[in-house]
Design a protein around this ligand. Structure first.
Ligand SMILES: Cc1ncc(COP(=O)(O)O)c(C=O)c1O
Length: 389
């Protein structure tokens, strides 16, 4: 069947409804566009939602992660342990601080970082661990917290995928030392671009707030408001990482339906698991026990030796049949920058490489219809039958 624009099922489609549009339009009409009352409200409602004491709205999760490391005063030659199975940002922010990203492998049977590998990677220079909640499935935080406490390290959570998610009855955002969320266009809550830092520490929250806006003592909103004053002090070298009120207004309406959107994604994920686990060509995702999965991503693995075509060819066939997919992630250590500048080599983290070579992320978004879900399942079923070894 030739794929027309309308029959192509994209990997992701943001759920933007009338209330989201209205909320942004109100800000546009208000005369105040950048960080202001909406951003403050989004911070307090977000903090309440995840159960955190402090939340600071920023321009991206990358910014949030950078601020987290800057807030703990990460310095040149310090080391930060993070999984190789992650997006560019998680490692990049360590390099922004001229520190060293120390990569570790995944668990053999999941995409989550391996706590035992984290412990082995600790040196006297280690300052922090960044745990990534891959796909929205929380990493096993108890052993990581234990390691962090025993070695006096900061546990930063890269929760770009994990809203809303839970670990042993608590929401992600209220567990580690600093948690960073993403509101990028494809994420479970979107503000187009955006992010949030959540922390229980008032000191870290203060530093993140100051560093997020030029290192100055007052934000622009306070400066220009009726009660504000023009005078400010530069306290340190900060960044321009603030969130606009236009983004925050969208964040507020999205937050109100965040749990509902998760339920819709979970329904699709359950349908995928039910249908695909019956086919021996694919392995369905493993979920960490006693967690609430955000279901940002649904990542299947093509079982080795079951099909006559490669994972890449399967992705191409899905595309030809009108189904958009993605791959999460190309392990950091396999990228030229990491090999050429940091001495990593292919073959170094076999679990991550094996997972990567087999992985396909299927379409999963709250506005996806039952028919669209059926189409993905049937196409995967057809392809497994057509290319059976
Ligand atoms: C695991 C992970 N961390 C961080 C980020 C960066 O998020 P942002 O685009 O909001 O900077 C992403 C983005 O996809 C991600 O997948």
């Amino acid at each position: 069947m030739p794929v027309t624009q309308t029959s192509f099922l994209p990997f992701h489609r943001a759920l933007i409804e009338d209330d989201d549009v209205e909320s942004v339009v109100q800000v546009l009409r208000s005369g105040w566009l950048t960080t202001g009352a909406q951003a403050k409200r989004f911070e307090s409602e977000f903090a309440r939602f995840v159960g955190a004491s402090n939340a600071i709205a920023v321009s991206s999760c990358t910014a949030a992660l950078h601020l987290a490391l800057a807030a703990i005063r990460l310095r040149e030659d310090d080391e930060v342990i993070l999984p190789t199975m992650t997006f560019s940002s998680t490692g990049q922010v360590v390099l922004y601080c001229n520190a060293r990203p120390v990569l570790v492998d995944c668990e053999p049977d999941s995409f989550q970082l391996d706590p035992a590998a984290v412990e082995r990677a600790i040196t006297p220079r280690t300052r922090a661990i960044i745990a990534v909640h891959f796909a929205g499935n929380p990493a096993d935080l108890d052993p990581l917290l234990d390691i962090a406490r025993r070695h006096n390290l900061t546990l930063v959570e890269d929760a770009a995928h994990a809203l809303p998610a839970g670990y042993k009855g608590r929401r992600i955002g209220a567990i580690g030392d600093i948690t960073c969320f993403s509101f990028y266009a494809t994420k479970t809550l979107t503000t187009g671009e955006g992010g949030m830092v959540a922390t229980e520490s008032p000191e870290l929250a203060d530093r993140v707030r100051i560093l997020s806006l030029h290192g100055i003592s007052k934000n622009a909103y306070t400066r220009y408001s009726a009660t504000g004053t023009w005078r400010y002090e530069i306290l340190e070298v900060g960044y321009k990482y603030n969130m606009t009120d236009m983004q925050a207004a969208l964040g507020l309406t999205q937050l109100a339906k965040c749990d509902l959107m998760r339920e819709k994604r979970e329904h699709i994920a359950k349908r995928y698991t039910e249908a695909l686990s019956a086919l021996d060509a694919y392995e369905t995702p493993r979920v960490t026990p006693d967690t609430q999965h955000a279901w940002h991503l649904y990542v299947i693995k093509v079982r080795p030796g079951r099909l006559t075509i490669s994972r890449d060819a399967l992705i191409e066939e899905l595309k030809q049949r009108g189904i958009g997919t993605s791959v999460h992630f190309i392990p950091l250590h396999t990228h030229p920058y990491y090999r050429q500048n940091l001495g990593y080599r292919i073959g170094q983290f076999p679990n991550a490489e094996r997972h990567f070579e087999a992985a396909i992320s299927l379409p999963l978004f709250p506005g996806m219809t039952e028919e669209e879900t059926d189409r993905v399942i049937e196409t995967l079923r057809d392809l497994a039958a057509e290319h059976r070894r």
